[in-house]
Design a protein around this ligand. Structure first.
Ligand SMILES: [Ca+2]
Length: 270
């Protein structure tokens, strides 16, 4: 059985910050056996403390506390060790925020590079004329902790990149509020409405991209996604130019939006 380490800066419950992580976390919790996944908090869209509280609450209120949500390095170490047995499969990482925890796990020897089979990274842009992240192209997870991203980038661990220009087409629209089950709606609706108000104010539209959900559905339904083998070169300011040689990456080219949403709603609609 494949094991997943989900590292999240979940801001659903914080009163500020992007709430896309919560959709991804809920999807993973609804689809994976509790023995095959571990959730850790990271600082990004939410503080470390908030990311832990928000993810713990989601686990309690929607999943009867079935899953392991923890910031304990010892628990992560145990999870990684167990993941080698009995089928010898290493863990895959779903990095929903800045890559701080992965770099720290290697630095502190909680995990080694060889414990990890691949890392899904949400960020970067495969079609832009901009060279100045985080503003152009828009960027967050990479530049928020560039040192950690560089550590991961320079490692031999395979990287699966979900570039923002490709995944931005996965959108949550006001009509989707009515699709939520009552239980989900109780937890999500107030925060979804908060994020919609912000989108209206800043961008003049209510829908918002659910970036992280895209990578979460890849974990459970990989056949909806098409990747190409590419290369990327990391520049000093965090800009990655694809096509230039620095290291190989797997780059998301396209995905079936309708199928991705369907896979999500199967577990959460009335
Ligand atoms: Ca995130």
């Amino acid at each position: 059985m494949q094991k997943w380490w989900v590292d999240t800066d979940n801001a659903l419950g914080s009163g500020k910050g992007d709430i896309d992580d919560a959709f991804a976390v809920a999807h993973m919790m609804s689809r994976l056996d509790p023995t095959s996944v571990m959730f850790t908090p990271t600082c990004g869209n939410a503080s470390l403390a908030h990311a832990l509280t928000n993810t713990t609450k989601l686990n309690q209120r929607l999943f009867q506390n079935r899953h392991c949500v923890s910031d304990s390095p010892d628990q992560l170490r145990d999870f990684a060790k167990l993941s080698h047995a009995p089928d010898g499969k290493r863990i895959k990482v779903l990095a929903l925020g800045p890559l701080t925890n992965i770099a720290q796990a290697w630095e502190r020897r909680t995990l080694s590079e060889s414990d990890i089979e691949e890392i899904s990274v949400i960020g970067l842009n495969s079609a832009t004329t901009g060279r100045w992240p985080p503003f152009f192209p828009m960027e967050f997870n990479i530049t928020q902790d560039l040192a950690s991203f560089r550590r991961v980038w320079e490692s031999p661990v395979p990287l699966r990149i979900f570039p923002l220009n490709t995944i931005k087409s996965l959108r949550f629209a006001p009509k989707d509020l009515h699709r939520m089950s009552p239980q989900m709606s109780k937890i999500f609706s107030p925060e979804v409405r908060r994020w919609m108000r912000r989108c209206t104010l800043l961008k003049g539209r209510r829908w918002f991209p659910v970036w992280d959900l895209c990578a979460a559905v890849y974990a459970t339904h990989p056949h909806f996604f098409t990747f190409v083998k590419s290369f990327g070169k990391l520049h000093a300011n965090g800009f990655v130019k694809f096509g230039d040689v620095d290291r190989p990456v797997l780059l998301l080219e396209s995905f079936d939006e309708k199928a991705v949403w369907q896979a999500f709603w199967e577990r959460f609609t009335t």
